[in-house]
Design a protein around this ligand. Structure first.
Ligand code: AMP
Length: 337
């Protein structure tokens, strides 16, 4: 087993359990890099063959040499980019799965938008200044705090009132699309040039997803009840089958454009974050160029991966399989960034 020479490593958080399980299923040993105090799940679920504890994710570069000595291949996930920043990730010397150069394009909301538009996808309108607001908008902050503090506004006056507590934070003002938020998980193999749909999820966010449990009459009398979008978990979704051809095409276009933006382009797992309207329009408000936590309900595989593989195939396992195939073909470099 050629893959035994390498170990799969990632930060113990986000989709770590899935990545480690997938690595074990494909015959790799695993290393979890955990923030002190967060080691327990990686022991409890037999996920990590080794654990390296660090005080903060920012210290990751300090333990690189240990990983290099172990022939570890690092798998990036959400916690990586969010807590380390793409500039630090770009400088890593350890073997790294994926194209690092694409991270800049997903980390900057303006570059990301350009990418999606070049791929011919519909994106929500952006408002340059609060005085331009002419309908319902969502105001989003940049940075690592997720959807905390995001707010809705209907005009400039409403915006000015709600932005007060966040004066120093960078934000974007985006058209609010009313519809169903749907997160589509893809995998693109640069070894076979094939795109796969791995699954779909909807997120469960606090408090926006619990507001529907309070009647409008009670909401009105509550002193302050702004929605927030702090993610709590992910729920699997199987989409209407007639949407699938469009979803497949969307993924293909994003990959095609990425090849020009940051050669050799996006490969491995990625996710389009969309909203489907009653008119069946699909707006894409974000792209994640790596595994997303929405794949976590599918450790046993999704209906789509079951159709394709006829055995449990999570996104974490698909990554390990791709690395294993690359090793077998003597082309590991093609999946490293
Ligand atoms: P984000 O931080 O961009 O992933 O957004 C967090 C959440 O806000 C999403 O999961 C959606 O529920 C919601 N959201 C983001 N952008 C929009 C939009 N343009 N219209 C409606 N809802 C949105």
């Amino acid at each position: 087993m050629a893959q035994l020479k390498y170990k799969i490593a990632t930060i113990g958080s986000h989709s770590g359990l899935q990545i480690f399980k997938g690595a074990h299923d494909e015959g790799f040993k695993t290393i979890a890099i955990c923030r002190k105090g967060s080691e327990r799940p990686y022991k409890m679920f037999n996920a990590a063959d080794e654990i390296i504890s660090i005080d903060s994710y920012k210290d990751f570069p300090k333990i690189q040499n240990e990983l290099i000595k172990n022939n570890a291949i690092v798998i990036p996930h959400g916690s990586f980019v969010t807590y380390m920043g793409y500039e630090k990730v770009e400088k890593l010397k350890v073997l790294y799965y994926g194209n690092k150069k694409i991270l800049k394009w997903e980390s900057d909301r303006h570059l990301e938008r350009q990418w999606l538009k070049n791929a011919g996808l519909k994106v929500p309108m952006l408002f340059a200044k609060p005085k331009d607001i002419d309908g319902l908008v969502i105001v989003k902050f940049m940075g690592a705090e997720g959807g905390k503090g995001y707010f809705l506004a209907k005009n400039e006056k409403d915006f000015n009132r709600k932005i007060k507590p966040y004066k120093l934070r960078k934000y974007v003002i985006q058209e609010y699309i009313i519809g169903v938020p749907l997160f589509i998980h893809y995998f693109y193999s640069s070894l076979t040039n094939e795109i796969e749909i791995m699954g779909c999820d909807i997120r469960y966010e606090s408090n926006v997803d619990s507001l529907g449990r309070i009647s409008a009459r009670d909401q009105i009398v509550l002193p302050k009840i702004d929605p927030s979008y702090v993610i709590v978990g992910n729920i699997p979704v199987v989409v209407r089958e007639s949407f699938l051809p469009r979803l497949i095409e969307m993924g293909e276009k994003v990959v095609e454009v990425s090849k020009k933006l940051a050669p050799p382009g996006l490969f491995g797992p990625f996710c389009l974050e969309t909203i489907l309207t009653p008119e069946e329009e699909i707006f894409v408000f974000e792209i994640s160029a790596r595994i997303v936590a929405g794949t976590n309900p599918f450790i046993e595989g999704s209906p789509y991966t079951w159709l394709k593989y006829n055995k449990p195939m999570s996104t974490g396992r698909r990554i390990a399989l791709e690395i294993k195939n690359a090793i077998k073909m003597n082309q590991l470099k093609r999946v490293l960034g």
